[in-house]
Design a protein around this ligand. Structure first.
Ligand code: HEC
Length: 114
């Protein structure tokens, strides 16, 4: 009987762990991080992470009102991301209201908390 109890508890703990890790993988910032590390994202050939390792240098980006990147001035984080997608990743700009853009922004926002 004791064994059965141990098995039941272990099983429940396992299920809980699995569902928690599943839920965590589906947070917007985690999806954003996956995109950030994907060299094929938006049809590009480089990942954001290759130039911004672990988001380095972007810690303050979520708070900025103006960006100066590669000689251009951008008025929003979304436009800054799209500029990098086009000029740096050699990909195609994505819709500023798309889920992918929201996920990337969510990832960049959590960088400042670290
Ligand atoms: C080939 C290198 C390269 C790649 C790839 C790249 N970037 Fe950049 N990024 C830069 C450079 C250079 C700047 C301007 C200088 C700076 O502020 O660090 C910049 C600036 C930025 C900024 C503005 C930072 C600030 O605070 O002004 C953001 C946001 C950003 N990149 C996001 C991204 C995202 C998201 C991707 C992937 C879609 C990406 N970058 C891919 C080189 C790159």
């Amino acid at each position: 009987m004791k064994l059965l109890k141990i098995l039941t508890v272990s099983f429940l703990v396992l299920m809980l762990t699995l569902s928690v890790s599943f839920a965590m993988k589906n947070l917007p910032e985690d999806r954003g991080k996956a995109l950030f590390n994907d060299p094929k994202f938006a049809g590009g050939s480089k990942s954001c992470n290759q130039c911004h390792p672990n988001g380095k240098g972007l810690e303050n980006a979520a708070n900025k009102k103006e960006f100066k990147i590669m000689g251009k001035t951008l008025k929003s984080l979304e436009d800054a991301i799209n500029l990098c997608i086009v000029e740096a990743n050699k990909g195609k700009a994505i819709n500023v209201n798309s889920q992918e853009m929201k996920d990337l922004v969510a990832y960049i926002k959590i960088l400042q908390a670290r």
